[in-house]
Design a protein around this ligand. Structure first.
Ligand SMILES: Nc1ncnc2c1ncn2[C@@H]1O[C@H](COP(=O)(O)OP(=O)(O)OP(=O)(O)O)[C@@H](O)[C@H]1O
Ligand SMILES: [Mg+2]
Length: 470
């Protein structure tokens, strides 16, 4: 749909017309980037000033020739709207100082052309997540910590309009009959919007910002997410083609770890990635990226992860990287791992390594395969070599808290050995967690596999207790 027709659609729907700009996709360059660790300050209008803004906005809508604005380039449209807004402020003798005047003009422009109050946040590179729980509750996550911002929308209708604008921009729709949308913006950010009646206290919006440069294994070791020794072992685990399951809770750094590990896949191998919304940034040359498709408005055309895993097997991959295993694809993934696509990697949402395995088992059971539990477990045992457990701790840091190798079955039970673990010792006066990464003293079976492939890791690494402390 063209920009113009979308605008016209909106003009029909609402008495307040909306213009679309790809504000999320084309960050403007005229915004200064503050130094990374500085606290954010927001220039927010007072309630009186907000009233002025509303008045100006209203008046502007009466004057503005939308048909002309539509034809303009973004910068010209912005200029034109700013000029008219300034003129209205003068004509109406609105009593504001120069700085407030500029702020009001900016907000009016943001409301008409952009994403309203969210514009305060969208170009700030240190913000990792934006969470809007209703019109007057906007939270952000920076440096691993969640903070509430003073930013508010006028009311739920205003917030809804902004949500509508975001989802329409990516060709989706949100309304009472389809009140939730999961989408990826063109800049790579992941968006979830859910509105009443499903969201009880008003529209809710969650944006996981796309990070330009994902952390690599060495970066993660440098910030203490794992020890240097573990990072070296991890890189070699990928090289010798172990199948690795990365487990953790929401926002525990699973995708970041998956990305970091995948970048240790040798460049001469062919990799197919399968994701719900493409987040991975891999560097190899022989790479095919696949993304699922939700059903369209008529409920048709859905392409699931399972469809993609099956298809990927026909693409002669050396390895398959699945963003997150969540459902029926678990079965096909195990099959793939067991039939020549070793070295495959994926993540799973689970709180412990043991939990991760039961979740895989449940996914296979739920897929409707009538397999005895023991058969599923032995599939899991022979498919997955290592489970990494990640945790997001209260100091905002993410750590690899446990690394376990899957051994074999004893009766009906899968046996595992923990190779590394994070041992938590306390909290310092600044709230940072103190602890150390230790080797448990067990030499993993993959040690031999590495040796056979010419990778010599000293046994001391597994036997020495501390591999790094924080
Ligand atoms: N070790 C780390 N230290 C600090 N921040 C991290 C670390 N790992 C990841 N992050 C940041 O934490 C956020 C969540 O990371 P990521 O997307 O990898 O988590 P996830 O477990 O995949 O989340 P989800 O459950 O939503 O898929 C991102 O902003 C990422 O940049
Ligand atoms: Mg993830």
């Amino acid at each position: 749909m063209s920009l113009k027709s979308r605008i016209q659609n909106y003009s029909n729907k609402e008495n307040n017309p909306i213009l679309f700009k790809n504000v999320l996709v084309e960050p403007s360059t005229d915004r200064p980037t503050p130094p990374s660790n500085s606290p954010l300050t927001f220039d927010i209008l007072t309630s009186k000033e907000l009233e002025y803004k509303e008045r100006i906005h209203h008046k502007l809508m009466e004057i503005l020739d939308l048909s002309l604005i539509v034809k303009m380039a973004d910068a010209d449209a912005k200029k034109q709207i700013s000029e008219i807004a300034r003129r209205i402020i003068d004509e109406e003798s609105i009593p504001v100082i120069a700085r407030t005047r500029q702020l009001i003009v900016n907000e009016v422009v943001n409301d008409i052309l952009g994403l309203g109050p969210l514009e305060h946040l969208l170009y700030e590179p240190t913000i990792a997540d934006i969470m809007v729980n209703g019109y007057n509750m906007v939270f952000i996550e920076r440096f691993g910590k969640i903070e509430k911002t003073p930013i508010t929308f006028k009311d739920d209708a205003h917030l809804l309009k902004v949500i509508d604008r975001i989802v329409t921009q990516v060709g989706r729709r949100i309304d009472e009959s389809s009140p939730l949308v999961d989408a990826r913006l063109k800049d790579g950010s992941r968006v979830n919007a859910i509105i009443p009646p499903l969201a009880i206290d008003g529209p809710s919006l969650s944006i996981r910002r796309f990070t330009q440069d994902k952390m690599q294994l060495q970066d993660l070791a440098n910030i203490g997410a794992l020890s240097q020794a573990m990072a070296d072992v991890f890189a070699n685990m990928v090289k010798v083609r172990l199948n690795i399951l990365i487990s953790g809770g929401t926002g525990s750094g699973k995708t970041t770890m998956l990305n970091a590990l995948s970048n240790h896949i040798p460049n001469n191998e062919r990799v197919v990635t399968i994701e719900d919304s493409a987040e991975l940034q891999l560097r190899m040359d022989n790479l095919v990226r696949l993304e699922t498709r939700p059903p369209n408005i008529e409920g048709k055309g859905e392409v699931t992860q399972r469809d993609l895993v099956k298809n990927s097997l026909r693409m002669r991959p050396d390895r398959i990287v699945i963003g997150e295993v969540r459902g029926q694809e678990a079965f096909d993934m195990l099959q793939a791992m067991n039939t020549g696509h070793d070295g495959s990697l994926t993540t799973i949402h689970a709180n412990t390594t043991r939990d991760a395995l039961s979740r895989v088992e449940n996914m296979v059971t739920m897929s409707g395969f009538d397999l005895p539990v023991k058969t599923i477990r032995s599939q899991i045992t022979s498919a997955i070599n290592v489970v990494l457990q990640l945790e997001r701790m209260e100091d905002g840091k993410r750590r690899v808290v446990s690394v376990s190798e899957i051994n074999s079955m004893e009766g009906d039970v899968i046996t595992m050995s923990e190779i590394f673990r994070f041992e938590r010792r306390g909290v310092d006066e600044n709230g940072h967690i103190i602890g150390r990464y230790i080797s448990t003293g067990i030499v993993p079976r993959f040690h031999e596999r590495m040796k056979q492939r010419g990778i010599n890791i000293g046994l001391d690494l597994y036997l020495d207790q501390t591999t790094g402390s924080l």
